[in-house]
Design a protein around this ligand. Structure first.
Ligand SMILES: *Cc1c(COP(=O)(O)O)cnc(C)c1O
Length: 415
């Protein structure tokens, strides 16, 4: 978005005394997500001692609680990085130049991870499932059966592609790999999905999981996480060379505190993460998933009613293929961009832009938007977003089915 666009927002709000955008703003995009006050308050402190004492003891407590979120007994390495850093960390520990990967794309993020593998010297075999379908495990099995010499070292799967909101069945992908009798690692991008959509690393047979702090974990961006099992650790041990910063070995089993982070610890982020993990485990991970499910179904219920008007479309038509963290939508261009601008100027809500659906300089780009509903989200926030979208569609005369908010309220009320 251009700088002039945002200053225009301020001007029109100042000139137009009827703007209702004052008060607390709400960033309803698929990351960064809303940071709870408990997390912000935990971070608001003087710099702690990094040599001894409370910070060191507290950091040790993060490790088992992170593993409980990913449902694993395996290992975890923490990086001072965003999601792209976690992506790179996973490859740095598993791929040698020239190794082949099978990349499964269901949107922009699947392609992005594959491009990173290519740029790190891997040979990428791409299976592209388009922008409106999940990964088809039977095509994965077929591709692996065709790889008789087992040249493919890793299968890359995005659990939830944030651009399309496609949710893929990771257990079924594991079953496909096993059915083909193939030894490749299964590597999952759970940056958007962790602590939103059900995910079970060990039960589903995922070898490597990458995620970040700023989505379901309700933190500011800045921490990347790579979970890896013993099979993946063995792959790492056989590599000739791993760049020292990204090497997960000591990070996952440090002898000294600084080795967790290969340098200065992300002090305040660690306190924030402690508070976020407390919130997740106090609620219970099953309850966290159930809350995301119910809130997502309320959003879909409203969107399905609006769609009856013929303008709005839910990108993923089959509910069983939809993420509970983000919903990708379209409105004929420039309707989506106009709706986003209306909500920002008049309701204090920022919705996500469309990603990977059209190029930013293509007029079609203004026909896509996304609602983020990951992490620290409750019923009043979802109903507020939906009611504001209803108001925005009314203001912009966008054709829509009637009764959307009532349909969402019914899901909130009855489940
Ligand atoms: C957000 C996201 C990323 C990228 O994370 P950054 O922190 O922006 O680097 C990668 N994959 C998925 C699925 C995401 O949702």
């Amino acid at each position: 978005m251009s700088g002039s666009g945002s200053s225009g927002t301020q001007n029109s709000a100042a000139q137009n005394n009827s703007s209702l955008a004052g008060g607390r703003s709400y960033l309803a995009i698929p990351g960064p997500s809303v940071v709870p006050d408990a997390v912000l308050n935990a971070m608001h402190r003087a710099s702690p001692n990094i040599y001894a004492g409370a910070l060191i003891d507290m950091t040790d407590t993060l490790i088992p609680d992170l593993k409980r979120v990913a449902r694993t007994k395996a290992h975890v390495a923490i990086y001072i990085a965003n999601g792209h850093g976690a992506w790179e960390a996973a490859f740095a520990n598993t791929l040698a130049p020239g190794d082949r990967v099978l990349a499964l794309a269901t949107g922009r993020f699947g392609h992005g991870w594959a491009e990173m593998a290519h740029n790190m010297g891997a040979e990428v075999q791409m299976l592209d499932f388009g922008r409106t379908s999940p990964i088809d495990p039977s095509r994965v099995e077929e591709a692996l059966r065709a790889d008789k010499d087992h040249n493919i070292k890793a299968v890359l799967a995005t659990h939830v592609d944030t651009s399309t909101s496609a949710l893929s069945d990771m257990a079924a992908i594991r079953a496909a790999i096993d059915a083909a009798g193939h030894p490749a690692l299964l590597m999952a991008d759970c940056i958007a999905s962790l602590a939103c959509d059900r995910f079970e690393m060990d039960a589903w047979g995922v070898d490597v999981v990458v995620t970040g702090s700023q989505k379901g974990l309700m933190m500011p961006p800045g921490l990347g996480f790579v979970f890896f099992n013993d099979k993946a650790a063995e792959v790492r041990r056989k590599l000739d060379r791993v760049s020292p910063y990204w090497d997960w070995t000591l990070r996952a089993q440090p002898d000294q505190f600084y080795q967790y982070f290969f340098g200065t610890a992300p002090t305040h982020h660690l306190y924030g993460l402690r508070a976020a993990l407390d919130m997740i485990h106090d609620e219970g991970i099953e309850a966290v998933w159930a809350r995301h499910d119910r809130l997502a179904r309320a959003i879909w219920a409203a969107c399905e009613v609006w769609a009856e008007g013929g303008a709005l479309r839910i990108n993923m038509s089959d509910p069983s293929h939809r993420s509970r963290a983000v919903t990708a939508l379209s409105l004929p261009a420039p309707g989506a961009s106009e709706l986003r601008a209306w909500l920002e100027q008049n309701a204090g809500i920022t919705l996500g832009v469309g990603l990977g659906m059209a190029e930013p300089d293509d007029p079609a780009w203004h026909g896509f938007f996304r609602i983020g509903h990951m992490g620290h989200v409750n019923a009043q926030m979802v109903l507020g977003v939906l009611g504001s979208i209803e108001a925005g569609m009314a203001a912009l005369d966008i054709p829509r089915g009637q009764g959307a908010i009532g349909a969402a309220a019914q899901v909130i009320a009855k489940g």
